[in-house]
Ligand binder design. Structure first.
Ligand code: AMP
Ligand code: MN
Ligand code: MN
Length: 333
């Protein structure tokens, strides 16, 4: 654990009003679950709260009420508000300030900047931070925080948002970050009204057909390297177009690729709309993918990390493979 304890953050947050919330770009279930849970919970304490999520919010998480709860103020409106009073800015699930995307300057303009996270690569930013790298998800950290602040305010909707983050960051309680505590927290959230089958269906069984075909194409064109230890695949803009898909439809492809018996690492190169390459890395059996991601200025966790490489997809692949050559000391084929 790094930074001030959760009790200190709780004290600051109790006094804070208004509160602006921030999370990382390409927000996942943990990021969006954290935003929704925080908006609802802090509003239940009578505070004025707004959440700012970079880019477009993934449609798969709309069941959490994201349309009504996230990005409800424009940048101009938010800037006006932040000049009028002492706004507390809180970042959740973002490993560094650059991950806040187009909302970064707004976060920095806050009168007070707090950070809650669970990424070990988070060195701490803002005026006060708490990073618990033993937590499976930021939502687990928030569950602890809300319990310290006032457990009676964790209603069904807050519990559902937190449970969503837990499920999505642990891969439905399957990954190595699933601790006894994660299951205890999950159980408590179910007792508070989160509905596990409904949430799992909403996250995992609500894909457009094209997304499945995209996944099929990506898996079919993947390659096994380093004596089967690494599976590498790509999603280009052309593939997205071919299957009438959008960026968020790449979610879950790494979970398919990691199923291969011999693999210890998964590399998925995704061509972003701005021409950069988003690299998703997953490790098995202790394979340190965070080390690869941080070489390219990215971050994450030991077994799940990511980075952005500014080049075309072939060059990005070559750069990641050169790093893997060094790490594995094996021939690629
Ligand atoms: P993803 O592959 O995008 O699902 O990300 C896997 C993990 O790495 C998540 O915990 C992300 O928050 C983290 N991550 C991905 N990209 C970056 C980045 N550029 N910088 C820091 N952390 C990242
Ligand atoms: Mn996340
Ligand atoms: Mn997370």
């Amino acid at each position: 654990m790094k930074g001030s304890g959760i009790a200190t953050i709780a004290v600051r947050l109790r006094q804070a009003d208004p509160v602006f919330l921030f999370t990382h770009e390409f927000a996942d279930g943990d990021a969006l679950g954290s935003m929704v849970a925080l908006v609802l919970y802090l509003r239940s304490l009578g505070k004025e709260v707004y959440a700012f999520v970079p880019g477009k919010v993934q449609t798969v998480y709309r069941f959490l009420g994201t349309d009504d709860l996230i990005n409800t103020l424009t940048l101009l409106e938010a800037e006006t508000r932040i000049r009028q009073s002492k706004v507390t800015c809180l970042s959740a699930d973002a490993a560094d300030v650059d991950r806040l995307g187009e909302w970064k300057q707004l976060f920095l303009a806050g009168a007070e900047r707090l950070v809650l996270d669970h990424h070990d690569t988070n060195a701490g930013f803002g005026d006060m931070f708490f990073v618990d790298e033993t937590a499976s998800s930021c939502c687990e950290v928030l569950y602890e925080l809300f319990t310290v602040m006032d457990a009676s305010r964790i209603d069904r909707l807050v519990a559902s948002a937190l449970y969503t983050g837990l499920v999505s960051d642990t891969g439905s309680f399957q990954y190595a970050n699933t601790k006894a505590q994660s299951l205890i927290h999950g159980a408590r959230l179910i007792a508070l009204g989160a509905c596990p089958d409904e949430i799992s269906r909403s996250i995992y069984e609500a894909k457009p057909y094209g997304a499945l075909r995209l996944m099929g194409s990506c898996v079919a064109s993947s390659r096994l390297l380093y004596n089967g230890q690494v599976v590498i695949a790509r999603v280009t803009r052309a593939m997205l177009q071919q299957f009438d898909s959008i960026d968020e439809d790449t979610e879950g492809i790494t979970d398919e690729l990691r199923r291969v018996n011999s693999t210890r690492a998964v590399v998925l190169l995704k061509e972003a709309a701005d021409g950069t390459i988003k690299v998703s890395l997953r490790g098995k059996y202790g394979f340190d993918v965070k080390r690869i991601a941080t070489t390219f200025g990215g971050g994450g966790h030991l077994l799940a990390a990511g980075c952005t490489i500014e080049s075309n997809v072939d060059e990005a692949e070559e750069r990641v493979l050169a790093e893997l050559d060094r790490y594995l000391g094996l021939s690629r084929i």
